[in-house]
Design a protein around this ligand. Structure first.
Ligand code: 3HC
Ligand code: NAI
Length: 711
């Protein structure tokens, strides 16, 4: 069919419409992602009105300009005064249009974007399109008819699965689910959408409203799917607000007429909007994008990144090698001798063998990946690599010796990175002839899985090296957070402090099991003592011994962990730590002998144990975390409070729906956090020193959010 010449276009804010033959083409152009802000909603409503009024228009086509159809509601508007027209009203206007409306989808059609498409009468998607209802990830439910239209269109079970997982479906899957009517062949859906609309006009096709679709015809199957989802949600989404609201809204689709179902959806949506979980999750959404905007990523371009070297094939070196191999980079590993190199290679292979055993990788795919891996005991193997990450023993002398070798062999401009957890990277940089090339890349264990990458910026590093760190994170699909040099950078420095708060509570009367339970009930997957057992108590023990000489003799020091380690109880790997792990079990059981050790330590320290409520445990735990977080921001170790939040969300299992520790503190109220710290300081003024930043913010009546503007 020939493409008719377009008529002059009319713009209504970011929405333009023009006639092409019989079809009124409505284009949404609201960069970067065509979010449905108030101007778009107004423009869409006006475009539909215009199409209705235009007797020459026989059909309407809705398309998005740029890379996406529509990414959904404008998330920035949530929590602000609502502006008319609302999105459900716009969707209803589209659905009620008397002329067939076609949505031609390319890129993302997510949330409200898919809801617009579901309100259209016919849908076509480009092969690369992504469709989904991801509102659950923001603490919301699809609030523009998604909970009522999707089940009617594709059935309760798949609709609930999409809404509760929040995942994006590809166009092919969308076709098989019945979400779309036609799969296009081109990446840009506009031309094929126009042809589709013309075809519908030629065939005199009727309007076809999703509200009248037959997806709920089998009531029994729908009811069974709903009840299964309810049971599953109760189990898997414990503590989360919006998933059960999604189930309730879909129940409305089953039991109520469409308009009443829409009213129920609205009511439940507004409850979600008001929930602090919505605020926490949306903070997390923006924070994880803000961390990418470090000063160096704006001022400099990354250096080339086509090959990598790793020094050390232990826990971290092997994990980092896998992360790099998975990103398609060729990797050269250097170890100190042949047996260690063989172990390093075996560590890498073990990861892929595990995937093969689970059926998630074929032996051929493993062979292809391992073909990019090479090993050597000579640093000369690094002569041509673009970046080297050092992951050898945590000792300054060993690190400096390695960097001297790197200085000797690496090509000019190669990035020289250390994965040190605590050591002074300025000192490492100063020991070689090219300090401008030295940066910290602090991965988290297991490095091929954990998303966080702290990019530690020493004083002399050049901006393009830091930018290369961010580029590497992108290649490795990690979340980078810029950190300054100090003992433990952002994450481990703060961890050291709240871990002490936990130890103090343990000595004062709370059992490690009570503390772990309180932390889990707060939303963490594990408590701090379970984490110690998983990581291995020997690591922390070695650090404590190393730092013993420099410890403030006046500061409180709880010795329980030392007593446990002295017995050789290092956690899961020795089947005993704070918990017992009978026959290698991964979930521990409380150990009466550990409780006896704690009792003995209380006697030695002259402490009469008292009881702690869960609420007090969390108040102390969080106050310690937030106070040190404030110090880290004050000293510019973290650029903003949100960088602390992202560190904890991606490196330490902090519950996402609370947004991160600094966002949590804002939610609780900084005056309350400060009052807690001052109260706790009465008994231990050395440990509990209010951060000057916290004090200043409280005096100014400000919060951490006020410091979150981009640098
Ligand atoms: N509202 C406002 N801004 C948004 C947005 C939205 N829905 N989606 C993305 N943005 C912004 C981002 O913050 C970012 O801004 P920045 O450049 O200033 O940092 C910019 O758009 C580009 O986003 P990304 O960096 O994420 O771009 P990508 O190309 O990597 O990804 C995307 C594109 C897949 C669309 C991704 O942005 C995304 O997943 N967006 C959110 C989708 C979503 O959750 N939609 C549901 C919204 S809630 C809803 O619709 C409620 C309704 O049911 C009533
Ligand atoms: P590990 O002990 O498992 O591995 C260290 C490896 O380095 C060993 O295989 C050893 O043979 C090799 N090695 C030592 N000296 C070498 C030399 N001169 N040349 C070449 N290879 C040498 O240690 P792990 O846990 O992998 O830690 C490595 C580094 O990563 C440390 O700096 C540590 O602080 C840091 N780190 C550790 C994390 C963890 O959870 N284990 C997390 C983040 C960072």
């Amino acid at each position: 069919m020939a493409t008719p010449t377009p008529s002059p276009s009319t713009s209504n804010g970011p929405v333009t419409f023009q006639r092409q033959g019989d079809v009124c083409v409505v284009t949404i152009d609201n960069p970067p992602v065509n979010a449905l802000g108030v101007d778009v909603r107004r423009g869409l409503a006006a475009a539909i009105d215009a199409a209705e009024a235009d007797s020459g228009a026989k059909a309407v086509l809705i398309v998005g300009a740029g890379r996406n159809f529509i990414a959904g509601a404008d998330i920035r508007e949530f929590g602000q005064a609502p502006q008319q027209p609302s999105l459900p009203e716009v969707c209803l206007k589209i659905e009620n249009c008397s002329k067939p409306v076609v949505a031609a989808i390319h890129g993302a059609a997510l949330g409200g974007g898919l809801e617009i498409a579901l309100s259209a009468h016919y849908r076509l998607a480009a092969p690369t399109a992504k469709l989904g209802l991801p509102e659950v990830a923001l603490g919301l439910l699809p609030g523009s008819g998604g909970t009522q239209r999707a089940p009617r269109l594709i059935g309760v079970k798949p609709a609930l699965e999409l809404m509760l997982s929040g995942r994006h479906a590809g166009a092919k899957e969308a076709l098989s689910l019945g979400l779309i009517d036609r799969l296009g062949a081109e990446a840009d859906a506009r031309a094929e959408g126009l042809a589709y609309a013309q075809e519908l006009v030629a065939a005199n096709a009727p309007v076809r409203r999703t509200r009248d679709a037959a997806g709920l015809a089998d009531k029994e199957a729908a009811r069974a799917a709903l009840e299964a989802a309810r049971a599953d949600t109760a189990k898997k989404s414990r503590g989360l607000f919006s998933p059960m609201k999604i189930v309730e809204a879909v129940e409305g689709a089953l039991t109520l007429p469409f308009d009443e179902g829409m009213a129920l959806e609205r009511k439940l949506f507004l409850q979600c909007i008001d929930s602090p979980q919505r605020a926490g999750l949306i903070h997390a959404f923006f924070a994880e994008r803000e961390v990418l905007k470090a000063p160096e990523t704006r001022s400099a371009s990354p250096r080339p990144l086509t090959s990598a070297g790793i020094v050390g094939g232990g826990t971290m070196g092997a994990g980092i090698a896998v992360a790099m191999l998975d990103a398609g980079l060729p990797v050269t590993m250097v170890e100190r001798d042949e047996p260690s190199l063989a172990r390093g290679r075996a560590h890498v292979e073990k990861v892929y063998d595990g995937l093969i055993a689970k059926g998630r990788m074929t032996p051929e795919a493993k062979a292809a990946v391992m073909a990019r891996f090479s090993g050597s005991t000579s640093y000369d193997a690094f002569a041509s690599v673009d970046i080297v990450v050092e992951a050898v023993f945590e000792e300054m002398g060993v690190k400096k010796a390695v960097f001297a070798e790197l200085d000797r062999v690496c090509k000019k401009g190669a990035v020289l990175a250390t994965n040190t957890s605590y050591l002074d990277i300025d000192e490492i940089a100063a020991s070689i002839s090219r300090p401008q090339d030295v940066v910290g890349l602090h991965f988290f264990s297991p490095a091929n899985i954990m998303k966080l990458l702290e990019i530690v910026v020493p004083a002399k590093v050049s901006a393009d090296v830091v930018a290369t760190g961010f580029e590497l994170a992108k290649k490795l699909k990690k979340v980078p957070v810029r950190a300054g040099v100090c003992d433990g950078f952002i994450g481990n420095r703060i961890l050291a402090v709240y871990r002490q708060a936990a130890d103090h509570m343990m000595e004062d009367g709370a059992s490690p099991y009570e503390i772990d339970a309180a932390v889990r009930n707060f939303g963490y997957p594990m408590g701090p003592f379970q984490v110690s057992d998983l990581a291995g108590g020997d690591i922390g023990w070695a650090t404590r011994k190393r730092k013993a000489a420099t410890r403030d003799p006046q500061a409180r020091y709880v010795q329980v962990a030392d007593r446990i380690c002295e017995r050789g109880w290092f956690g899961q790997k020795t089947q005993r730590g704070y918990y017992l792990y009978p026959e290698g079990a991964r979930t521990g059981v409380p150990d009466p002998e550990v409780l006896a050790i704690i009792d003995a330590e209380r006697v030695r320290a002259g402490i009469t144990p008292r009881s702690f409520t869960e609420e007090e445990i969390m108040r102390r735990y969080m106050a310690a975390m937030v106070n040190e977080g404030a110090n880290v921001v004050l000293q510019r170790i973290a650029l903003r409070p949100l960088d602390v939040d992202v560190t904890f969300l991606y490196g330490y299992g902090f519950p996402r729906h609370r947004g991160g520790p600094m966002k949590y503190a804002d939610t609780v109220g900084l005056p309350k956090v400060l009052a807690d710290i001052r109260e706790f300081a009465k008994a231990d003024p050395i440990f509990w020193k209010p951060s000057p930043l916290l004090v200043e913010l409280v005096e100014r009546g400000a919060d951490f959010a006020s410091l979150n503007q981009s640098e």
